[in-house]
Design a protein around this ligand. Structure first.
Ligand SMILES: Nc1ncnc2c1ncn2[C@@H]1O[C@H](COP(=O)(O)OP(=O)(O)OP(=O)(O)O)[C@@H](O)[C@H]1O
Ligand SMILES: [Zn+2]
Length: 793
């Protein structure tokens, strides 16, 4: 359970001079005084707290792990996002640094079952997890615990350090070896094993974990051997290289176009003057935004400051990483989820120590421990991945704004298709609006054609997803040895299975969602909870064999392509083919090296890619997002289509885009065809105004979920009543309603949405709900409060 309030502890004299705000400490907590880790958030000479206070046990850090700036930021975030302070503090640290808790069993009474006694044979404590493999023993232990003969304690263990320890053989003479061996013969088998192994090893060095695994011994055996001075252990910080998957070429600054120069000048003067200011850099696809970022970042470095750049997902933007590292070399640190825990920790330390002055990373990199930031860049600012979907539900853009203000530096929000919220603020003059209206080298934007699939499907086989037009265009590019990008926003083979006799659709047992056919893995999968089952041979309801699959996914399109163009070389990029670390970069390099003709993928191929030989972009079904009951459906569709269209015709050769759709009249499609953001903005703002949606209103979503539907529903109605009473009449509460997918992973979800313009009572009402949610959680009800949610369904 999360506890969200500060606790007061005494500082032992020995720590008085050392302790500082921002350090982590281990403290006893609760009735059992189990050890937990906490953050020092304030130091006081005395307190008016009258109860008994406990003492801090250890300081985890020798200096503050979180700077004053980040400590302040955490407080602001907690308040701003209705989040627990502790969750804000924790989200700022790399996961390897978060304390891991182990349950340890301690024998407190010797009068126990002989099996249990044997289990504790030496020493009186064992880590609990080890016993999970033996259910009988486990049951006995739990029985003994309930009888008060065994106590459970929590031990804190920081991750990773063990891995870095290497076992090194100490000079071990033949005689001493034989002597030791003689002594050992009778009892310690594992020590015996180890000594044999060490002698054979000569002076090779090996990692402790490797040795342990190989010999099947525990670390205590190694520690014993160390005590006997047979071996020495040395901590070696292994050099990890997070850039492995990229191959870099040093890049020199480009000579800016007049348009770029004007923009860079404006930004750089803010950097030089140390002014906090938010810029919206709106530049059409291929207008050279990256070069603007790089030259502004260079200015910050010249100013002896640091630079922070956020990208939606690093794995998807290897070209951006290549550009930044190519320009700034070893000054760059990368922070993102594609790195192992250890790599991320290394990078974090490089930033903390000042070794790295440029950070490129995904959402959580916004907390990078950079000092004296001179510029912050958010590329593709409209991307939804900048919002975290679990506590603390922060938006990286808002956090970046806060840090820019704190550091007195400019923030650049870059996009070809800014979010409506951002664009509206730029229009009002809250942000300074910078515009790159032309592509580099004056390349025209590609011509976009909409194909009406209601007509086109009549001319082709029922089971083919390519219109004749798209086929023809592909053929032309293949002949000319040019490249093609095809997008279909659905992975798997077919999206659902239906019985033609009884209409049964195969559903996930845990979620209210149909299962998707995956031919790669020969299974039916749930895209929500990961459930997987065998492909049925007959209908599970009526036994009929007339099973059919509907809806097309990337796997099926790949097959169709191969049938239509037997010689074609296809790279398929979706979640299923890119699970391995570095897979994205590998695929994109292959495509860049022209080892494939067609890059086929889900929306992960829509943004940022810059390949000069791509002259055709095809979208197989533009309607997947339009059907969703979310007021942002049009915005998402427009953004996605404009972004993916922008991949075509970026250098010398003109590009063409074919978009297949069942809704060719829809304004999102019509305006994507024109690639006219401005017109889309005006139209969409009108729609939002008419319907009372953001950015004309602020929104907050409150969700309750529980194992039983009734429990979740009751809770949300209770919250509704509370809010109704607390908020002013001007604020509107929509709902409560069940979520569009009511059940996910056997949890039922209910929600309500608050729409407001100015609501003085809001903070108090929501903080009340947040505080009470700690009790709800104990009863298995999870409450979430999401400010400006990006996902309404
Ligand atoms: N001043 C310049 N001179 C020559 N080439 C340039 C210049 N600036 C940028 N380029 C090149 O133009 C191409 C497009 O630039 P970039 O990828 O930065 O576009 P972008 O605005 O980020 O587009 P998108 O929004 O589609 O990602 C790149 O190949 C880049 O190297
Ligand atoms: Zn499921």
């Amino acid at each position: 359970m999360q506890t969200d309030r500060p606790f007061i502890y005494q500082i032992p004299t020995k720590f008085e001079k050392l302790i500082q705000v921002g350090m982590r400490v281990n403290v006893p907590f609760g009735k059992g005084n189990r050890l937990i880790q906490g953050f020092v958030i304030n130091l006081k000479e005395d307190t008016d707290y009258s109860g008994k206070t406990k003492e801090i046990v250890t300081l985890v850090d020798v200096e503050p792990i979180l700077s004053k700036e980040l400590m302040l930021l955490a407080k602001w975030m907690a308040h701003e996002n209705y989040a627990f302070l502790i969750s804000c503090l924790q989200v700022m640290l790399p996961s390897a640094m978060r304390a891991k808790y182990y349950k340890r069993l301690v024998l407190v009474d010797n009068e126990v079952d002989p099996i249990i006694k044997n289990y504790f044979s030496k020493g009186n404590s064992r880590i609990l997890e080890e016993t999970n493999t033996d259910p009988m023993l486990f049951k006995k232990l739990m029985g003994a615990r309930n009888a008060g003969k065994i106590r459970i304690e929590y031990v804190i263990k920081e991750g990773l350090s063990e891995k870095k320890v290497q076992v090194i053989l100490n000079k071990l003479t033949k005689e001493s070896y034989h002597k030791e061996k003689e002594k050992l013969r009778s009892n310690a088998v594992s020590l015996n094993k180890l000594i044999d192994f060490l002698v054979d090893l000569k002076d090779k060095q090996l990692e402790q974990v490797v040795v342990e695994k190989k010999l099947g011994i525990t670390s205590s055996v190694i520690k014993k051997a160390e005590l006997k001075k047979w071996l020495t252990r040395k901590i070696i910080v292994k050099k990890r290289n997070p850039y492995q998957q990229y191959d870099f070429v040093e890049t020199k600054p480009k000579k800016l176009t007049a348009m770029q120069e004007e923009v860079v000048d404006k930004i750089n003067s803010m950097i030089r003057d140390n002014k906090a200011m938010t810029f919206l850099l709106e530049g059409v696809t291929g207008s050279g935004k990256t070069e603007v970022y790089l030259q502004a970042m260079a200015q910050a470095l010249k100013n002896n400051q640091t630079a922070l750049m956020l990208v939606p997902e690093i794995a998807l933007t290897p070209q951006m990483v290549k550009n930044v590292v190519g320009r700034f070399g070893s000054k760059v640190a990368l922070l993102h989820s594609g790195l192992s825990e250890g790599e991320r920790l290394d990078e974090w330390h490089r930033i903390q120590s000042g070794d790295a002055q440029v950070v490129v990373g995904a959402r959580s990199a916004v907390f990078a421990p950079l000092k004296n930031i001179g510029i912050i860049v958010i590329d593709e600012e409209h991307e939804t991945s900048y919002k975290q979907e679990k506590m603390p539900r922060y938006h990286a853009r808002e956090v970046a704004k806060w840090r820019a203000k704190m550091n007195n530096c400019p923030l650049i929000l870059g996009s070809a298709t800014p979010s409506l919220e951002t664009r509206a603020r730029a229009k009002k003059g809250v942000y300074e609006w910078l515009h790159l209206s032309e592509r580099i080298n004056k390349m025209p934007l590609p011509e976009v054609r909409l194909i009406d699939m209601r007509v086109a499907t009549k001319k082709i086989d029922e089971n083919v997803d390519f219109s004749l037009e798209l086929r023809k265009e592909i053929q032309i590019r293949l002949k000319k040895n040019e490249q093609i990008i095809l997008m279909l926003n659905r992975r798997g083979y077919s999206s659902f299975m239906m019985c033609r006799d009884c209409g049964e659709v195969l559903q996930c047992p845990n979620c209210d969602i149909s299962l998707t056919l995956h031919l790669d893995s020969h299974s039916m999968k749930c895209h929500y909870c990961g459930h997987e089952e065998r492909i049925p041979q007959k209908c599970p309801n009526c036994g009929s064999k007339k099973i059919r699959y509907y809806g097309t996914g990337t796997q099926k399109v790949e097959q169709e392509l191969q049938n239509l163009f037997p010689e074609v070389r296809i790279l398929r990029m979706d979640v299923d083919t890119t699970r391995k670390k570095g897979a994205h970069a590998k695929f994109l390099k292959q495509f860049g090296d022209k080892k494939a003709d067609i890059l086929l993928g889900t929306q992960m191929i829509a943004k940022g890619l810059d390949f000069p030989d791509v002259t055709l972009v095809g979208v197989l079904n533009a309607d997947t997002a339009l059907g969703l009951a979310d007021f942002r459906a049009s915005e998402r569709t427009f953004q996605l289509l404009t972004q993916v269209s922008g991949r075509a015709g970026r250098a010398q050769k003109e590009g063409k885009v074919i978009i297949q759709t069942f809704n060719p009249e829809h304004y999102a499609l019509q305006l994507a065809k024109k690639q006219n953001y401005e017109e889309f903005f005006i139209k969409e703002m009108l729609v939002r105004h008419q319907n009372g949606y953001p950015p004309y209103f602020y929104t907050i979503q409150v969700t309750a979920n529980a194992k039983e539907e009734g429990v979740a529903a009751k809770k949300i109605y209770q919250i509704y009543a509370e809010l109704k009473a607390a908020l002013s009449a001007e604020s509107i509460i929509l709902g409560p309603t069940p979520k569009a997918v009511l059940r996910i992973n056997n949890q039922f979800y209910y929600q309500l949405i608050i729409k407001y313009k100015n609501e003085p009572m809001l903070d108090r009402a929501l903080n009340n709900i947040l505080q009470k949610s700690q009790k709800d959680e104990q009863q298995g009800i999870l409450i979430s409060i999401d400010k400006e949610p990006l996902n309404f369904i």
